[in-house]
Write a protein that binds this ligand. Structure first.
Ligand code: UGA
Length: 431
């Protein structure tokens, strides 16, 4: 089977490279010629650990190539993965224009049976819409199947997640399509869960919603812990020892960001409204997340006295470490609030860059941690890159004016920092 990947974002490229690595013949299709050019030369258009080496290797072996020609790409493939974006619409729904364009290209150019697997996160009941769009674009009535195959990759560890998934969800009522999907994933060691397409679509949203709920739950508890002199990290550790609760996604912090959780929760709330159901828990999850960074910024401001005319270093601006993705990153809201408080903000990130139109005399980005924190009054850690965890904090202290460290991810060694003479304060966590 020749595999076509439509959309070359991090999901598309990771999926394509994993199948190329497993020996399939893979084509990556994207309408953006700049992306295709860059990928064809072995350069990723985003930062994702491990993918660059795999890209070069599979380009060299000829197992993967990239194109912006949909006609050839569709004709020459038998299995098509849809990995295009589904951004939020202004009212919180999911914009399906890229899914629709891709479906119409498939319909228009197909000349024999195709299996289309939807990896993009799409609202409930998108599967039949795709069938309709492909069908309407067809010149001849050629058979095809559309399977919902949601992905559960995390940015920053996409490759490992794709190679070792916890489960492979296949939403389809066609035995033939399910068989082909099983053949495709044969070399991946993970359980299959075969279900209806709309159940598969729901599983994806429900999973992200649940993970976000865990985070907002500990984040809200961190506010109480703050007032009762209890460390939320210890509480989470104790809770996580119960396998029914589990230790993952219980790390309190300045809130979740990224291209998935915020968008998917809005989309699920939107769907709930459409179907006249109320998801009150998820509404609160969203509300806690939207207020978490400002809640703790206020706590930290009281500790510092004021942010006005203070030099504040932000370490890590990406929504999480090991990515350069700034979408919905809590750091952005923090920077905005600091600027409103008349602070002088100095930013560092190993991979992410602030857009140049945001930079000003009061907001600058530096290439080195040392330059960033020079004569600063406080450091706010917004994403937990290893670089910051392993930094020589004794040496850094000498560069600062005052020695406040506000740990927005609860990952630094507060005891050690306190012993070094810092005032350490995390999120519901102090020394
Ligand atoms: C998330 C899911 O984890 C993936 O399973 C899913 O495939 C993906 O969305 C998607 O729908 O495409 P991702 O957004 O890349 O993956 O990153 P996560 O590791 O889930 O982190 C999301 C946010 O939650 C980050 O801002 C992170 O800092 C925050 N987080 C995570 C916490 O605040 N506390 C935690 O304990 C864990």
């Amino acid at each position: 089977m020749n595999i076509l990947i439509m959309g070359t974002g991090y999901v598309g490229v990771t999926t394509g490279l994993v199948f190329a690595e497993l020996g399939w013949n893979v084509t990556g299709l994207d309408p953006d010629p700049a992306k295709i050019n860059s990928l064809s030369q072995g350069k990723l258009t985003f930062y994702e650990p491990g993918l660059d080496t795999l890209l070069l290797k599979n380009l060299k072996s000829g197992n993967i190539h990239f194109t912006s020609d949909p006609e050839m790409a569709v004709r020459e493939s038998s299995l098509i993965f849809l990995c295009v974006g589904t951004p939020s619409t202004p009212d919180g729904g999911a914009d399906l224009q890229f899914i629709r364009q891709a479906s119409e290209n498939i319909g228009r150019y197909m000349q024999e049976y195709k299996l289309i697997a939807v990896k993009s996160t799409v609202p409930i009941e998108t599967n039949p819409k795709l069938v309709e769009w492909i069908h309407n674009a067809q010149l001849l009535p050629i058979p095809f199947d559309v399977v919902s195959n949601p992905e559960f990759l995390r940015e920053g560890s996409a490759l490992q997640d794709a190679l070792n998934p916890d489960r492979i969800i296949i939403g389809s009522s066609s035995d033939h399509a399910v068989h082909l999907m099983k053949v495709l994933y044969e070399k991946i060691n993970a359980p299959f869960f075969v279900t209806k397409p709309k159940t598969a679509e729901m599983i994806k949203y429900a999973s992200n919603g649940f993970l976000a709920t865990k985070i907002s739950y500990v984040n809200e508890l961190s506010r109480l812990c703050e007032n009762i002199d209890v460390n939320i990290s210890d509480v989470a550790e104790g809770m996580g020892m119960d396998p029914r609760i589990g230790q993952h996604f219980l790390r309190a912090g300045i809130g979740y960001g990224g291209s998935c959780f915020p968008k998917d929760i809005h989309a699920l709330l939107y769907t709930a409204k459409q179907y006249e159901a109320e998801l009150t828990i998820l509404e609160k999850v969203n509300q806690v997340n939207q207020t978490q960074s400002s809640y703790f910024l206020n706590v930290w401001e009281r500790e510092l006295g004021t942010f006005s005319n203070k030099r504040i270093a932000i370490l890590g601006i990406s929504f999480k470490p090991d990515t350069d993705d700034l979408r919905e990153a809590p750091s952005i809201a923090i920077i905005q609030q600091l600027l409103e408080c008349q602070a002088i903000v100095r930013v560092h990130d190993p991979a992410a860059k602030l857009p140049s139109d945001l930079l000003s005399e009061r907001l600058q980005q530096f290439d080195h941690v040392e330059d960033t924190i020079e004569r600063c009054d406080a450091i706010i850690l917004c994403s937990e890159w290893d670089l910051y965890k392993k930094a020589d904090w004794a040496q850094l202290r000498a560069l600062m004016n005052q020695h406040f460290v506000f740990d927005g991810r609860n990952v630094l060694d507060g005891k050690q920092l306190t012993a070094l003479g810092y005032h350490y304060h995390g999120v519901g966590r102090f020394m």
